[in-house]
Design a binder for this molecule. Structure first.
Ligand SMILES: Nc1ncnc2c1ncn2[C@@H]1O[C@H](COP(=O)(O)OP(=O)(O)O)[C@@H](O)[C@H]1O
Ligand SMILES: [Mg+2]
Length: 284
């Protein structure tokens, strides 16, 4: 037994892990952070401290589009987007996997560890966690159809916070680029998470001059059709609406707040019950 334990100090990392393991039966929170919020070391540390302070089982999902774009530029590749999703060739898929699973992900794992929360990096491709259907017109892009939560539950049960890169698999086991909001929403629905927080570089969904406080899922398509929500906000809103429709109690889109549990921003509400399976509502 360590001297710290003998001295009666119970708040070391080991005690923290044991407590989180005991809490694992509680419904987790899924927090998705946009790449722009975790690029600079100080931002990453602030985010990690806020996550570490949550006395909840937590799954952290990250994007990293800007980092991918930077490396693409270094390699002479020209990024292309359609409705907020990156068109991804085979060569670009290799870059996406390298950057998201090989660089952004371990940096977040280290930051969480430094903030006192034990974490392990995984991707949607590990243990076949996220299987997608391919969106052929976008290349190696997938939309989550099936989530196997085994690996996440194993980690949560051990008091370890999974940090998830959205790189996932097609039915044949090949890697796919998946929008991180869609990956987070699919995970949150499968885990029946209590909250899904989509933390981005905006205060919430801007409608006209104001940040909307509440949106019904039924408002989402009209906002997109009117051009009020564009680019990355399109998959974000659709993912939020689907998670709300699939048993996640509270879904929010908003900016970073030092206390993630008091995040402001836009709450997206579920439509009437009786929705069909998760994948049936997924759009290309
Ligand atoms: N109505 C809107 N309200 C807020 N942001 C919007 C809206 N329409 C488009 N956006 C854009 O969506 C972006 C957030 O999506 P995205 O760039 O994919 O970030 P993230 O990495 O957090 O997913 C914002 O930076 C903003 O430029
Ligand atoms: Mg995005």
């Amino acid at each position: 037994m360590s001297s710290a334990r003998l001295a009666g100090q119970e708040l070391g990392p080991a005690a923290g892990h044991a407590r989180l393991a005991a809490d694992a039966a509680a419904r987790p929170w899924v927090v998705k952070v946009g790449g722009r919020l975790c690029e600079e070391p100080e931002d990453r540390e602030r985010l990690a401290r806020a996550c570490a302070a949550l006395a909840r089982p937590l799954v952290l999902v990250h994007g990293g589009g800007d980092a991918v774009t930077r490396i693409q530029a270094l390699l002479g590749m020209l990024p292309r987007f359609e409705s907020g999703r990156r068109v991804t060739s085979d060569a670009e898929m290799a870059v996406v996997e390298m950057v998201l699973s090989g660089n952004v992900n371990p940096a977040l794992v280290r930051a969480l560890r430094a903030a006192g929360r034990q974490a392990a990096g995984v991707s949607g491709a590990d243990a076949a966690m996220i299987i997608c259907r391919v969106v052929p017109e976008l290349g190696r892009v997938g939309v989550p159809e099936h989530v196997d939560p085994s690996l996440l539950l194993l980690l949560l049960g051990a008091g370890i916070t999974p940090v998830v890169s959205p790189v996932s698999l097609d039915a044949g086991g090949r890697p796919l680029n998946v929008n991180a909001d869609e990956a987070a929403a699919a995970i949150a629905a499968e885990l029946r998470a209590e909250r899904l927080l989509l933390v981005s570089d905006v205060d919430g969904v801007q409608v006209g001059e104001a940040t909307s406080q509440d949106l019904a899922a039924a408002d989402v398509e009209p906002l997109i059709a009117r051009g009020t929500a564009t680019r990355g906000m399109i998959p974000k809103l659709r993912a939020a609406a689907r998670a709300a429709a699939h048993g996640v109690d509270e879904v929010r889109i908003g900016g970073f707040n030092a206390a993630l549990d008091s995040i402001t921003g836009t709450r997206v509400h579920a439509p009437a019950r009786g929705a069909s399976g998760y994948s049936e509502e997924v759009r290309p």
